[in-house]
Design a protein around this ligand. Structure first.
Ligand code: UT7
Length: 325
């Protein structure tokens, strides 16, 4: 049986030039390099310059992905941007990217699922492709999380960073088995009752301000390891593969201890989990494509590899996507 598969043609990433180290942060807030490294694995993060916006980061990541995929703007049918930090309340970052790329056809919109945004976007892109509504899709995860930080709150401001990553997907053919190249499945979940664990205390229809990120870190941590492991198992089961057959796990980069805990729970070697947490911190919807771009560029992820992406974030939302690269 022949099925449509959304195949990844290429990926790219972009980070703002400014780097903020733990030691620099410790000069302005009551924390230390030792605490941040030991509790999170983070060593530094990139921070967007004044005037540098989410769409600036997204645009550069998009250009890198299109180049890597050898796909022209005129071939794109759809742009999806996963972000929780748009330049403006509206319009979407995606339509700004559409204009900057010079794309004058098709459609563009944003997806909001906070740190799970890239997995949600992958699912939306895959379903557009499978339904025949788009052939070639540019999917971007881009964030300026630094804009949502209360820089006096040491429990959150040490965790996040800015950046963007992107992939290009195109409809291809498969036999309907796990040997096919492309997206094999995506599994999405949410539980809106857990709003208070991770949210922003502002918005257009409440305070009329952007607000600051608020998190009950310990509680989020507990949910993360369980939910992420469950979504990995669900994705592998649906695809008919054993988790041990998965070559690479590309997790949302929230905390090295979450990555290690997930690997332990699934009895997997930690080396199979791509980690960029030390360099990037938590870049929300950008963290999975940023990590992907690193592992593809350094040759770890190769054509034909089985790659599992996963994330959990505000909402709470979580999910996984299994892709044969
Ligand atoms: O991206 C969306 C998903 N987000 C996540 O998955 C994040 C999940 N949560 C976490 O990663 C961790 O819970 C944190 C890194 C946020 C916190 O680590 P923790 O081991 O859970 O620490 P804690 O919140 O239990 O705090 C331990 C202590 C506290 O002091 P006391 O009460 O024991 O005296 C905190 O006040 O560490 C203190 N603390 C800090 N100390 C130095 C909290 N933040 C800091 C800090 N520097 N930045």
């Amino acid at each position: 049986m022949s099925v449509i598969r959304s195949q990844v043609l290429g990926c790219g990433a972009f980070l703002p030039a400014k780097i903020l180290t733990n030691a620099e942060l410790a000069r302005t807030v009551d924390t230390s390099d030792e605490w941040i490294r030991a509790r999170t694995g983070i060593e530094r993060r990139h921070i967007a310059a004044k005037g540098e916006t989410t769409s600036d980061l997204a645009f550069h990541a998009a250009q890198a992905a299109l180049k890597n995929a050898d796909v022209g703007v005129d071939e794109l049918d759809l742009i999806i941007v996963a972000t929780t930090t748009p330049d403006e309340t509206f319009p979407s970052v995606a339509t700004k990217i559409q204009a900057r790329l010079g794309m004058t056809r098709g459609a563009a919109f944003d997806v909001q699922a906070v740190c799970s945004g890239f997995i949600y976007g992958l699912s939306v892109a895959d379903n557009f492709i499978k339904a025949g509504q788009a052939k070639t899709v540019l999917l971007i995860g881009a964030e300026t999380m630094s804009r949502l930080m209360d820089w006096n709150d040491r429990t959150t401001c040490v965790l996040f960073g800015d950046g963007a990553g992107a992939i290009v997907l195109r409809a291809g053919e498969g036999a309907g088995s796990a040997k096919d190249r492309g997206v094999l499945n995506t599994k999405l979940y949410s539980d809106g009752r857990l709003h208070d664990l991770l949210y922003v205390d502002g918005g257009p229809s409440t305070t009329g301000t952007t607000g600051f990120l608020r998190m009950q870190g310990k509680e989020v941590f507990k949910h993360a390891v369980i939910n992420i492991a469950d979504s990995i198992l669900a994705s592998a089961k649906e695809a008919g593969v054993d988790v041990a057959e998965i070559d690479w796990f590309v997790p949302h980069q929230a905390n090295q201890r979450i990555l290690d805990g997930t690997a332990r729970r699934l009895h997997l070697p930690g080396e199979r989990f791509i980690s960029t947490i030390a360099e990037h911190g938590n870049t929300s919807a950008a963290s999975v494509p940023l990590a992907l771009a690193v592992a593809v560029a350094d040759g770890r992820i190769k054509k034909g590899d089985l790659v599992l992406m996963e994330a959990m974030g505000g909402g709470l939302t979580w999910g996984a996507g299994l892709v044969r690269w």
